[in-house]
Design a protein. Structure first.
Length: 438
């Protein structure tokens, strides 16, 4: 999902502990109805460079849907900083939308509230069938063994974006394939007076996305096979420390980035201030900030050695946005029609082109528009070397607690404090203690 800042741990824990009984202004039975067949309320996530950009992208499509169905869609684009808390409040208050975007990593957590419409075989049949969607996207739609809580809408993966001119000026002929190469390249880039690699050290979910990958590359998992938090195992600690050390020891991430939380690193890259950026499907964002496609290259995120793949060669989380329906909406048929519309081939091409994301619908993904060099890197990553974040009920608390622990570690680096294995383990221990009991 896109860069998401932390939701309050208390709100997350409280909301997930309660089964939702009324959402989307739905019926008192909680089973959905068609009492308001002519309107829908839709909460969209902020995918573009601004909320206004999203409105310009989405409103024409919603008007197209209205012409086709007679259903008016009331749009609200919700900032990522507010979205999770807004959703969790809606699961308990009964005041929420009919249809909404959710970060795919939240799927299992929100599924556990009981608030969302399950996408069983009957519901999938209404939108053309489950087999229309690629497997990697379906893997982030809810807990294993349960009907999905949402339907894939946009797929994204992390890539390494690099400034061609800065690389050429530093005498670097190709992007780094390993972290050791990136650190070595960083010394050449620093010698030319440029920052090396951007990061969002104050952004809780960006921290999770990267430390998940670093843990995987060190052979670690944040949860045991039976879904229990295991944040302090040696391999996870090593992965988290390696990521923080890009600032603390290797000096490739500027200490000022410890405070970044609102996509400032993307702006730094777009303005030519830094040489590299690790980001999800950034092309549209960079273009909106005036950076030409010809100014940068795109490569897979580095690994420890060799080439990206499975296991310790994972180099991205499966990023993306899912579309969910509150199960007691007052326009159940209309909500289903809207999901069908948004995941149709035509709309998938329009929307994913606008956001430089990848369609999770197989036939749309095969369109020539998504065969650019940039998209080839992203599609290959999703197909071969990306892994889904843990699909457990406590996933959103995991994002908050561990992401905050990493934020604290970056703040310590910026304040001049040494980062040791013990200090990393201590922060992760505090994070684990904040997790709900199994």
């Amino acid at each position: 999902m896109r860069s998401i800042r932390a939701a309050a741990v208390g709100a997350v824990t409280m909301s997930l502990a309660l089964a939702a009984t009324a959402c989307g202004g739905g019926s008192s039975t909680g089973g959905g109805s068609n009492d308001s067949p002519k309107t829908l309320t839709y909460w969209a996530s902020n995918q573009g460079a601004s909320i206004e950009v999203d409105k310009k992208v989405l409103q024409p499509e919603l008007e197209k849907f209205q012409k086709q169905t007679g259903i008016k869609v009331k749009l609200e684009v919700v900032p990522w900083s507010d979205l999770l808390n807004r959703i969790l409040t809606a699961t308990t208050s009964g005041q929420g939308p009919d249809v909404l975007n959710i970060g795919n990593t939240w799927s299992a957590s929100l599924q556990a509230t009981g608030a969302l419409l399950p996408w069983d075989a009957k519901n999938f049949a209404k939108i053309g069938g489950k087999d229309r969607f690629v497997d990697s996207a379906l893997g982030s739609t809810g807990a294993e063994g349960k009907d999905p809580a949402a339907v894939p809408l946009y797929s994204m993966a992390y890539a390494l974006y690099y400034n061609k001119k800065i690389f050429a000026d530093a005498g670097i002929s190709q992007p780094p394939a390993t972290w050791a190469e990136l650190i070595a390249d960083g010394k050449k880039i620093s010698a030319k007076g440029k920052s090396v690699l951007g990061a969002e050290g104050g952004n809780v979910s960006e921290n999770i996305h990267h430390t998940f990958v670093f843990a995987k590359q060190n052979g670690g998992d944040f949860f045991t096979a039976d879904g229990k938090p295991d944040f302090t195992n040696d391999k996870v600690v090593a992965g988290v420390k390696q990521y923080v050390d890009l600032m603390a020891k290797d000096k490739v991430i500027p200490t000022g980035d410890a405070e970044y939380a609102q996509n400032q690193s993307v702006s730094d890259f777009a303005k030519g201030k830094q040489a590299m950026l690790l980001w999800q499907s950034a092309s549209a964002n960079l273009k909106s900030q005036g950076m030409s496609d010809s100014d940068y290259g795109i490569a897979p995120v580095p690994v420890q050695s060799g080439t990206p793949g499975t296991g310790t060669q994972v180099n991205s989380m499966v990023a993306g946005i899912n579309l969910a329906v509150f199960k007691n909406t007052k326009n159940l048929d209309g909500a289903t029609k809207f999901v069908k519309f948004m995941t149709s081939d035509d709309e998938q091409k329009i929307l994913n082109t606008a956001y430089s994301s990848i369609p999770p619908v197989k036939t749309a993904q095969e369109d020539a528009a998504f065969n650019t060099p940039a998209n080839s890197v992203l599609k290959n990553t999703l197909a071969t070397s990306a892994a889904a974040l843990p699909q457990v009920a406590s996933e959103s608390q995991f994002e908050t607690t561990v992401g905050t622990a990493v934020k604290n570690l970056f703040a310590d680096v910026a304040a001049g404090h040494a980062i040791t294995t013990d200090s990393v383990k201590a922060e992760l221990e505090k994070a684990q203690q904040q997790m709900p009991a199994a």
